[in-house]
Design a protein around this ligand. Sequence first.
Ligand code: FAD
Length: 440
Amino acid sequence: MSNIAIIGAGLAGCEAAWQLVKRGIPVDLFEMRPASMTPTHKTGMFAELVCSNSLRAAALENAVGLLKEEMRQLESFIMKAADKCRLPAGGALAVDRDGFSSYITETLGNHPLIQVHCQELKTIPLNEYEVIIVATGPLTSPGLSEHIQALTGDQFYFYDAAAPVIAADSLDMNIIYRASRYDKGDDDYLNCPMDKPTYEIFWRELINADATPIKEFEKAIFFEGCMPIEVMAARGIDTMRFGPLKPVGLVNPQTTEIPYAVVQLRQDNAAATLYNMVGFQTHLKWPEQKRVFQLIPGLQNAEFVRLGVMHRNTYINSPLHLLPTLQMRNLARTFFAGQITGVEGYVESAATGLLAGMNAARLAAGKEPLIFPQSTAHGALVHYITHADVKNFQPMNINFGLMPPLEHKIKDKKKKNLAIATRALTDLTQFIEKCDNCIA
Ligand code: FAD
């Protein structure tokens, strides 16, 4: 038995395990599948991709492309597997899903420093191990969920019903106007006005759009009164106009009239670089969300940094419970990694696994765990999940809006993103040089 346990051999847990064993530190890796399955996984393999086989955009002008490049610099095992199993997919990094999971399962399963236990843990084994990484993902088993909930108090989420988030600099402010209903609240909201014909086209496209089938265990989300916008729209052409698209009290200063319907956007981060769509939790497929929501006036060029999701998603209130090293604030020898920390996506989950593994190795060796610079994609993502609003913490994909702005303004979006990515990679290189050989 080693001194370090990792619970969950998903994207985060496998990356964390690799980061430890590559530094010569033995690991006990607990994975409950195939003995005990989640409602979504289909195999007993490690790092199963539960839905799409894409690790999203490859280019550096895209924040997830930058995150992947940083992971390569940090000698990520998941990126090595992904690059090895890459399929042709235009600008995206798609992988052969079976080849990807088989490579990871075999490499870790046969590693002399990894002891695999096919076992569901219902508690975090604090008495048996010095350092523990919890990486049990969005579908953490009910028994362990209960234990984590007791450990963290009542700040624990089981479902994610999140509306899309849009980059502020992609909004058309010639169309969108600031106003709060009846002038309450200092013009906090951005308003996308619709006339009758535009609303009717939007409604028709919305009710006919392609949605992801809802699984039985996901239906509980709706009982909590959190109805997908397309389900609401299907109840009648005017239902949305009496709900989240109600125009009452929102005079458009350009026309001095109240529009037929209004889609409201609410500020999503302190830097005001991100806005979420009020009331737009949705089960539509991601390409359909882009197509239909870009019909809304002012959103025709919207860059969706996170699309709407409605699925079982177990995650802790990280801003309350985690340090930027991914250690628990009140239990420093316990790390959390992956989707359970409130990051969203395969790559983001693996990236936090990488940081947790690296920091667990440092802790075990008596060294200070590391906090990455916020100008890097890793640093920005972890900064977000550990500093977001504790009262309304929602999972987040990596996006450039989480990173500090450039000192000089660059108008062209692609060039601006590339400049932020170049700065990130330079800062990461310097950080690695200074951090006492931390990637070795
Ligand atoms: P996982 O990869 O789920 O790994 C967690 C592991 O822990 C699992 O193997 C599980 O069996 C194991 N485990 C759970 N409880 C216990 C326990 N008590 N004891 C031992 N083992 C346990 N992201 C994308 O980028 N693209 C997508 O298309 C996408 N689709 C998704 C679809 C669904 C339905 C869901 C729920 C999520 C989706 N995600 C997607 C989000 C997320 O990126 C993935 O869920 C990702 O796999 C998360 O990585 P992880 O390592 O945190 O968790």
